[in-house]
Write a protein that binds this ligand. Structure first.
Ligand code: MF3
Ligand code: CO
Ligand code: CO
Length: 252
């Protein structure tokens, strides 16, 4: 069942999503060569708790940390730890907050110091993939329209879309229906209605789309070792388009 949120629920979603967005803005200047992913985790954890919220990933199906940090060929669900970020890395920081009983979910890929053309390309294409996906959202459009917008753009750039993980409905639960695939055909899938809230979070690889799960049972990496980028927003469907709930300034 796809939940249609009422005005009160949407007000809660705005609050939690705004906090998640603030966390990303807050952490941005800390993402520098020499910092450990564990330090980024600590700073975000404290900021989220200081704002009366809970970091949703912590203990979610046993996930051991408060944020995900996915470096270079890590596609998603990287676990913060001793790894020191170095000049030339890219790192996705994925923030999910639980505030007032509702989850907000957003992520961004950061360039660390001086980066290669490849690092810049995958980050740019991953971001534009999210922009294209959001551009397809309006009442009456379908989930397939979103997936197609993302897939056709990413592949036209010579990049590939990871198939095993997708966007998701979000609200009182971290992951709700529907699944929002980042590939697809125009006109296919569920039709979007005002009041639906879901994430779009395409994982885009510079090489092949195939992935592998590490033995920690969380970390997902590209099989061919190529770089992977990801951006995520939580989106509210409106009559005329959508509202990006995890954007503080209207920018994607
Ligand atoms: N934030 C991720 C998403 O976008 C999910 C992380 S689940 C965790 O859906 F357990 F790894 F935190
Ligand atoms: Co998500
Ligand atoms: Co997320």
């Amino acid at each position: 069942m796809i939940h249609i949120k009422n005005a009160e629920e949407i007000a809660h979603m705005r609050a939690t999503c705004s906090l998640a967005a603030q966390v990303l803005d807050m952490i941005a200047p800390h993402v520098l060569p020499g910092v450990t992913t564990q330090r980024l985790n600590e700073i975000c954890h404290d900021f989220i708790c200081d704002h009366g919220a809970y970091p949703s990933p912590l203990n979610y199906y046993g996930f051991p940390k408060s944020i995900c940090t996915s470096v270079n060929d890590v596609v998603c669900h990287g676990i913060p730890g001793k790894q020191v970020l170095k000049d030339g890395d890219i790192v996705n920081v994925d923030i999910t907050t639980l505030l007032g009983g509702f989850h907000g979910d957003t992520s961004r890929t950061f360039l660390v110091g001086e980066t290669s053309d490849k690092a810049q390309k995958i980050t740019r294409v991953a971001h534009e993939s999210l922009v294209r996906g959001i551009g397809a959202v309006k009442a009456g459009a379908t989930l397939g329209d979103i997936g197609h917008a993302i897939q056709s753009y990413a592949e036209s750039e010579g990049c590939s879309v990871v198939r095993e993980y997708c966007g998701h409905g979000i609200g009182r639960e971290f992951h709700e229906e529907p699944q929002v695939l980042h590939y697809g055909k125009p006109g296919r899938g569920f039709r979007l209605r005002p009041g639906m809230v879901f994430t779009i979070e395409p994982m885009i690889n510079l090489g092949k789309p195939d992935i592998r799960l590490l033995k920690d049972n969380w970390t997902v990496i590209t099989r061919d070792g190529s770089l992977s980028g990801q951006f995520e927003h939580t989106i509210l469907v409106t009559e005329n388009g959508c509202d990006i709930l995890t954007s503080l300034n209207g920018h994607v």
